[in-house]
Design a protein around this ligand. Structure first.
Ligand code: FE2
Ligand code: ZN
Length: 313
């Protein structure tokens, strides 16, 4: 409904002419003469012939445009968390998950929400356990698993991001010979995890300092596996830290591993395959095995939130 507005260039130019705040974040205005991209409501007054429209910040930046210093399009966060999740391009995310095993979901958290989450990392009563990664050969750095009841923002993220991913997860399971029977309601899914002996929550926060890294791995905590998980970057790359890129590898049968780097901006969410996903090949469907990790942090502190949907034994 909402997302059908501002789809044509004419409607977009009208919104820019009126500096329509309700259009902010629905598209971005690239100004070819200055090389910047703006929100619809920007006070700048470009000429129509110097403007082209794109759907996302990523498209603008990929085309070489920089964020406008006046309207700060990179800082925009609009609506409730549930509204932001509903506004995600889920059809596009599904395509990306199918084709490469991960999908950029765009910026989900605002600066204040990120700061609150980072601060909560020091509150031990919110967590059920802490892992020093070097003690387990997982890498270097540390992470903590949230305890039940999850903080409200984490609970909302986990429950609300789950449902749109279920049809994809069920289709993947069916393609790999399993049952397409994951319920769309996360509470129902948690009951199923508990029945399988997995009743400890898995959302976690990770904190890496200089020299820290996370080896390529899969987040499996039992037989019950929801095949897609989410990572949200809680620090500002280039400002709070350098290095620390999110890396994924994909291995198809009888092929060398392929590597991907998913560059994230602060507050961005990434959906990615936990372990296996189906890939159509010449002679049927193959099982592509995926792993993920984080490259070495060169400077500063990188914090992230991980939202895994299955619980742990
Ligand atoms: Fe992980
Ligand atoms: Zn601007």
């Amino acid at each position: 409904m909402e997302s059908r507005e501002f789809t044509g260039d004419e409607a977009r130019w009208r919104a820019v002419s009126m500096r329509d705040r309700t259009a902010d974040g629905r598209f971005y205005t690239c100004v070819t003469t200055t090389g910047v991209y703006c929100l619809a409501s920007c006070a700048g007054r470009p000429l129509r012939r110097h403007v082209r429209f794109v759907d996302s910040r990523r498209q603008a930046e990929d085309a070489g445009f920089r964020a406008c210093k006046r309207c700060r399009p990179e800082r925009l966060i609009a609506g409730s968390l549930a509204q932001r999740i509903a506004a995600i391009d889920w059809a596009g995310a599904e395509k990306a998950l199918d084709s490469c095993g991960f999908a950029h979901l765009g910026r989900l958290l605002g600066d204040d929400e990120m700061a609150a989450l980072r601060a909560s990392y020091e509150r031990n009563e919110l967590f059920r356990s802490k892992v020093e990664m070097k003690n387990f050969g997982f890498g270097a750095g540390e992470y903590k698993y949230f305890a039940d009841p999850l903080p409200e923002i984490v609970r909302v993220l986990r429950e609300t991001l789950f449902s749109p991913l279920v049809p994809i997860a069920n289709r993947w399971r069916a393609a790999l010979g399993g049952a397409a029977d994951i319920p769309v309601d996360h509470r129902a899914y948690r009951a199923r995890c508990a029945a399988a002996g997995q009743n400890r929550p898995t959302p976690l926060m990770l904190s890496y300092g200089p020299g820290d890294y996370n080896r390529l791995h899969q987040d499996l905590y039992g037989n019950e596996i929801f095949p897609i998980q989410i990572a949200i970057l809680l620090s500002n790359p280039g400002k709070d830290f350098d290095g620390g890129e999110f890396a994924l590898t994909e291995q198809r049968p009888r092929m060398q591993s392929r590597a991907h780097v998913a560059h994230l901006y602060s507050g961005d969410a990434l959906a990615f395959c936990v372990n296996d996903r189906p890939v159509a090949g010449l002679r049927g469907v193959y099982r592509a095995k995926m792993r993920h990790g984080v490259s070495t942090i060169v400077r500063g502190r990188r914090m992230a939130l991980g939202v895994i949907f299955h619980d742990a034994v």
